[in-house]
Design a protein around this ligand. Structure first.
Ligand code: SAH
Ligand code: SF4
Ligand code: F3S
Length: 448
């Protein structure tokens, strides 16, 4: 390994990572970057000047998979130009044997393929390719945790921390439990230690990650973990995702209410407004239970924003079922929603169900749902006009270089004129305009 490290340093080899999928994947790419930098690789500006290109893949919907195949294919020409170039593909899609095999067969220039359980083995895989000139393909399912790897966090005030891996819920449409394995929670002490080290390094907000944080069990439960993070670390803001509605406890609601550090935002995927479809989805709650839960959360934590995920066109979804989803969206008035067309995933129960819905109906339904939610999102954003909100400034706005952007505790993106030196600071912003995706405002000057 030392020999390899020397070679990487001498040639100043560089890496480039392309990440698809959710925040879990983005965070794992930070770990991969940490491992590569420990081996001596430096960050490249683009694929074109990289000597190690890695694709971290997602397979939650079919279009995520198609994108990967297209983009990996385009790397071939770079491989012909640079004989040092190694190409690796990892992540959820590669945890599936069939998809991994298809990728290996289609692209003989891919050197390394690995899954979601063995990121820590990457240095050894690189060593094997460099020394034995062999392709490496490893996607075991491990039950123990191997998350003690260096991390290279993205620049800025936001940090992600994984609190648990895997999922036991087996929603009938979802591939995640198959590619991420069973639930494994990290030890609470380790998590707290990791978070305690964030603020001295300039981080101001932590996102706790897990497929279902409510079932965290690292010696203590999730509400206790949040309590300890609030009591024992000085991180000013804490977020988490995702919460499953079936087991969001009263205790969790009261902990969120008690600590102002915990952001006033819950992402609570509902998936459908029809109790019948929810049962087919194996979600373990009804429409009524979901609505009751939202009422309880709003009553106990005033001003909290609630966002959601919704799937349309699940097998057997009738016009009446879809109307139930629309009426739920109207009744709850989510702050925003991620909306998806159902995508059959092979190996899941829903993929085998009769009455798969045709594309035409699916696209009609998603258009109608998106239009409704957009209207509600914009109305809700307009309700912020005139209010002054605390914003954690994340950096220069991508839309307008004279503006800065950041989020409120309720996770609304805010743009306002201000200097880049505000990055990482909290600023009080008076909201002047509420648009579909963004609030606009101006900074309240502090008294000298
Ligand atoms: N564990 C989280 C996130 C899972 S994936 C949760 O349970 O909320 C994120 C979202 O993708 C899901 O909430 C769901 O809305 C969507 N999704 C998952 N599988 C899908 C599929 N087969 N087709 C369409 N959307 C899907
Ligand atoms: Fe998928 Fe359901 Fe697990 Fe979320 S809770 S990852 S939707 S199986
Ligand atoms: Fe995330 Fe996609 Fe995997 S949503 S958990 S990267 S399948």
């Amino acid at each position: 390994m030392n020999h390899l490290k020397r070679e990487i340093k001498e040639k100043s080899l560089k890496y480039h990572i392309i990440t698809y999928g959710c925040q879990m994947n983005s965070h794992e790419s930070e770990k991969i970057a940490g491992l590569l930098e420990e081996m001596g690789y430096g960050p490249a500006d683009s694929k074109e000047d990289a000597d190690f290109i890695l694709f971290n893949t997602c397979c939650v919907r079919e279009n995520a998979e198609q994108k990967t195949f297209g983009n990996v294919g385009r790397i071939k020409k770079l491989k012909l130009k640079n004989k040092d170039l190694l190409v690796a593909v990892c992540g959820c899609m590669m945890q599936q044997k069939q998809a991994a095999q298809k990728l290996l067969d289609t692209f003989p220039f891919v050197d390394i393929v690995f899954g979601t359980h063995n990121i820590h083995e990457l240095p050894n895989m690189i060593l094997a390719v460099k020394e034995k000139h062999e392709r490496v393909y490893q996607a075991p399912e491990l039950t123990e945790l191997h998350d003690d790897v260096p991390q290279k966090r993205a620049a800025g005030p936001l940090a992600s921390v994984n609190i648990m891996y895997g999922c036991n819920n087996f929603c009938s449409y979802c591939i995640v439990p198959y590619v991420r394995g069973r639930e494994r929670s990290r030890n609470a002490e380790e998590i707290i230690r990791e978070i305690a080290e964030l603020s001295p390094h300039g981080y101001r907000e932590v996102m706790l990650l897990g497929q279902n944080v409510n079932s965290y069990d690292g010696g203590i439960g999730f509400p206790q973990l949040l309590t300890r993070i609030c009591e024992e670390t000085d991180i000013p803001r804490i977020r988490f995702m995702t919460s499953h509605p079936k087991d969001l406890s009263d205790e969790l609601i009261s902990v969120i209410g008690r600590y102002p550090q915990i952001c006033r935002h819950i992402h609570l995927p509902v998936q459908s407004g029809s109790s019948r479809i929810l049962r087919e989805m194996n979600r373990n709650y009804t429409r009524e239970a979901y609505i009751g839960l939202v009422e309880k959360i709003r009553k106990n934590i005033p001003g909290i924003a609630i966002t959601t995920d919704i799937i349309v066109g699940f097998p057997g979804e009738t016009e009446a079922d879809f109307a139930d989803t629309l009426s739920l969206v109207r009744e709850i008035r989510f702050d925003s929603a991620f909306t998806f067309v159902y995508s059959p995933r092979s190996g899941t129960r829903a993929a085998e169900m009769p009455d798969q819905i045709g594309e035409e109906i699916q696209s009609k339904r998603i258009i109608e749902l998106v239009a409704l939610q957009n209207e509600i999102t914009e109305q809700r954003n307009r309700e912020y006009v005139g209010k002054t909100l605390e914003v954690l400034v994340e950096g220069i706005s991508t839309r307008d270089p004279g503006h800065m952007c950041g989020r409120t505790s309720t996770s609304k993106m805010v743009n306002f004129p201000g200097p880049p030196s505000l990055t990482g600071e909290f600023a009080d912003i008076k909201i002047t305009q509420g648009k579909k995706t963004t609030l606009f405002g101006e900074m309240i000057k502090e008294e000298p």
